[in-house]
Design a protein around this ligand. Sequence first.
Ligand code: 4GX
Length: 249
Amino acid sequence: MRIDVLTTFPEMFASTPPAALGVSIPGRAAASGRVEVVATDVRDYSDNKHNKTDDRPFGGGPGMVMMCQPLWDAVTAVEAMDTRVARRVYLTPQGTPLTQRLVEELSREPRLLLIAGHYEGVDERVIQALSPLEISIGDYVLSGGELAAMVLIDAVVRLLPGVLGDHESNQQDSFSAQVAGHRLLDCPHYTRPREWQGRAVPDVLLGGDHGLIAKWRLAQRLERTTYRRPDLLTDQVEASPPSSEPKLG
Ligand code: 4GX
């Protein structure tokens, strides 16, 4: 997969250590060639003499707005660098919430183009002209779209074929497994020692009965989801496989 990022802070997207996308799973994905992250400085496409990319908002108010021309020209130029058609994504608190379902959908694309705006936002007319998918990573305000773009990249890249080893399979992640069409939170995990500061590991995990362990883990997932995220139990996952599990909710 190729992931282009349009930003005024391209150095944030380095794919070598110690950068965030250069270590751990995303670092391995880049080193093995399963993903190529190409960050382009929008400033390089500004046609004004100071390479300005922002200007004051019409109607007044605080902050600056990213201008249409540099972003439009950057998108056009970057898209022409590769024949694969890019799915355009604009990171914004006004976007559709990012979910594991959407991450899975994006992981099947050959190419993504992420637009990470700083300032108060991007001129609405260039958003309309580009008609990107608008995505929010959560209901809070970041200083820019770059960290949101990196969150999306991290979540997508670990789903690319061959990126995760068997021992880190995503089949048991929170949200990935479905029970009667619902995505559940993960179960608790334990490792040695068997007792730590007076706290014991649940006996069932030490007994070696793998059927019983699977039942216990599922019960834990249901309980945690019920108490912590009841909203997930009313979210029916689309295209849920036929299931003999009892219906929840
Ligand atoms: N999930 N931000 C975008 C610039 C901006 C401001 C207003 C459009 C309108 C965010 C989020 C997020 C901060 C990215 C503001 N763009 N992005 N940036 N939450 O907070 O995605």
